[in-house]
Design a protein around this ligand. Sequence first.
Ligand code: FE2
Length: 300
Amino acid sequence: MIDHDYSRRSLLKQAGAAVTALIPTMAAAHAVCKPPFPAAAKDTADRRVRETWWVSADPHVGYPEYDEYLRTSVQDVNHIESDYAIVLGDIFEDDRSFLPQFLEEIGGLKHDWTYVLGNHDYDRKSERNSGAPILPVNYFSRQIGCVRIIALSDEMLEYQSHVTELGRNQDRWFKDVLDDAPDVPTIIMTHHCPLTGRRSVSAFEEWLADDIERYNIVLWIVGHAHRWAIDEDLEGFGFDRIKVASLCRKHGDTRPCESALLTIEAGQDRARITMRFRNHLRREWIKVLGREAYELEVKA
Ligand SMILES: [Fe+2]
């Protein structure tokens, strides 16, 4: 089983160079920025636990119609019982100059947060147009009771905007984590879902297409689509996929500022996974696709 120390070591190792490059820029633009490391948190595999994550996607900070939707959402989430937060990519609108604004707005959360990168989280629209990731490429594994969360970042190797592309190190890490404990009930979080229909697996090395049914993946949570979707037993793979709506208003979105609260209540051998849905502008729980909540029971 992968443990938290390993994932953090891995993160720090691969994030180090990018953060080193970022800090002088951040300091010049915004003196109070903290380095954007995801906060350390203990694995809790050895006892019964209840943990709630705020799961949001696609704030697109810097988009012309961006109206501080992230700040508004953070203010609402601070009034909800939650323990941790993750942003599932497209944090930015392709421009690193929006980094201080993002850090200030997400920094209003009363608890820690983390993220994965999506296809708009690369510096391609600033004057510099470096193509570099605006935040470090972040990936990790966390154990919550008998449930494992694996989060992966898009590394944009070829700039295909509708698939997740993992670099060699991240891809190898992902396979090692799964192979170390293939039976652990696993929630995967990415910006895109790599499953493209007709049971084909895009964008990861072929091992995932060959081996995906060896692993106990129970749920795959993604952003990118800017709309809600709940697909049970996706393409017969035996796990569900949830697409989380966007925080921003883009591509004709009529319902910005919607996201999910994921609660895991888990012991050593079974867990209940619940997602509730929230409109942060109206500060109310909402139904998604006619459902008050998504619920899943899993056994280790
Ligand atoms: Fe997006």
